[in-house]
Design a protein around this ligand. Structure first.
Ligand code: NAD
Length: 400
């Protein structure tokens, strides 16, 4: 087997862990088009706070680069670039196209190209046809299940699907010899399209199930029912699904339903269900904004503290954060003095003096609203809550 040299394209939440898993086993180039990201990583700084300094070390053989020339030495490529939606909520494959343009320049016959970005079924084949017609490459797709902030279900431990079109023994051996260092639990599929589809439905399933809980939470509030007890009672049934309400943001759940919806529509099926979660989950912003403003109206001390601004607990990621949206909306109201406390958010790009990583004096606030369940402040808030129950609004019962 020829010496394997890996190139990882895109060093974000997904790509950086992949680079880190492989850097000591193979000569690995971690490539990103974002110069600042590469400069940061070279200085051993991860703006997402997922990696410590000592975890970002490189070597003469494995390093971060912004230079396409460095990818030329690689023969095994893993693409982990973003797959966002456009303003009119259509799949935006531009980052994938740009990665393919780069790959077109650096690949040679028999190289292996894996995509890990979340896409709709058929994308890998489409990219192969559009960009690599003249080359004999082996293509694969391995959906990513990384869960930032989750120290239990780490990339090495969870099941990772690996699908590819080169089923000759040599390619298979190469692929497995790389992917075994990424996950201990590889699941092989013979169909790239099935693997692509499986990823997108995992996320849609989660989106619609959380949406259902959010809807029940809103109905319980209207009916004056104790949602928490309702949920606990329902959970005593053996097959009740254990989902909780919450603010759905980030790069995956608010985006992926539109990928499949668009493809279904293009194929002639007008999907009725998969976007239902989107509307409900987005509506929660309005619902909570109204609830918070109602509470503010009733109190004398109009100093408000919002706890948690990132898109979910224990991550610094604020992409599509609904908590941030609520904070901005309430901040724009007259006669309300609002601070936010988020111990994880990266203040570097948060140009708002009222957002803090630390908080000294909780008692000065007339209302404390908990939107995100960061474990870093949970015990601090819990202690304070016991003494000041009436000051708290905790729509998701996070610290009860
Ligand atoms: N973040 C998650 O938790 C998660 C989980 C599962 C799947 N995914 C999927 O993985 C993919 C990547 O997501 P992410 O969260 O890591 O994104 P990210 O924004 O954190 O990182 C992507 C990186 O790719 C770089 N990039 C963009 N175009 C490039 C190109 N042409 N060549 C090289 N680098 C390029 C960007 O500069 C960025 O640093 C998406 O499809 C996402 O849906 C993400």
């Amino acid at each position: 087997m020829n010496k394997i040299r890996v190139g990882v394209l895109g060093l974000g939440y997904v790509g950086l862990p992949i680079f880190s898993s492989l850097k000591k086993k193979f000569e690995t180039v971690g490539f990103d088009v974002d110069k600042n990201r590469i400069l940061d990583l070279k200085k051993k700084y991860d703006k997402n706070f997922e990696f410590t300094k000592s975890q970002l070390t490189t070597s003469k053989e494995s390093y971060y680069s912004n230079d396409i020339k460095d990818l030329k030495r690689c023969n095994f490529f893993i693409v982990t670039v973003p797959t966002p939606i456009s303003l009119n909520k259509k799949p935006d494959l531009k980052p994938l196209f740009s990665a393919c343009q780069i790959l077109k320049k650096v690949t040679s016959n028999n190289d292996i190209v894996f995509f890990e970005s979340t896409v709709y079924p058929g994308t890998t084949k489409f990219l192969k046809k559009r960009f690599f017609k003249k080359k004999k490459l082996v293509f694969g797709y391995s959906p990513e299940r990384i869960n930032p902030g989750d120290k239990k279900n780490t990339i090495k431990k969870i099941h990772k699907i690996v699908s590819f079109d080169g089923h000759d023994k040599k390619s298979k051996k190469k692929i497995l010899s790389v992917y075994k260092y990424i996950s201990n639990n590889l699941v092989i599929s013979n169909s790239i399209e099935n693997a692509e589809m499986s990823k997108v439905i995992e996320n849609i399933q989660r989106d619609v199930n959380i949406a259902f809980m959010n809807e029940i939470l809103m109905v319980c509030e209207k009916l004056n029912l104790n949602f928490k007890e309702v949920l606990n009672l329902a959970k005593t049934k053996w097959n009740f699904l254990d989902f909780s309400p919450g603010l759905v943001g980030g790069h995956c759940l608010p985006v992926d339903p539109y990928y499949l919806y668009t493809l279904a529509k293009r194929s002639g099926h007008d999907a009725k269900f998969m976007l239902a979660g989107r509307k409900v989950n987005d509506f929660l912003v309005k619902f909570l904004e109204k609830k918070i403003l109602e509470k503010i109206k009733k109190i004398k001390n109009k100093k408000i503290l919002i706890c948690g601004l990132t898109y979910k607990a224990n991550v610094a990621d604020k992409r599509n954060s609904l908590a941030l949206k609520i904070f901005k909306k309430i901040s724009s109201k007259k006669n309300v003095y609002i601070d936010a406390y988020d111990p994880i958010i990266n203040l570097k790009n948060t140009q708002n003096k009222n957002v803090n990583n630390k908080i000294k004096n909780l008692s000065k606030y007339g209302l404390i609203v908990i939107l995100v369940n960061h474990s870093k402040y949970l015990s601090q808030l819990k202690k304070h809550k016991i003494k000041n129950e009436k000051k708290y609004y905790d729509p998701f019962f996070l610290i009860s």
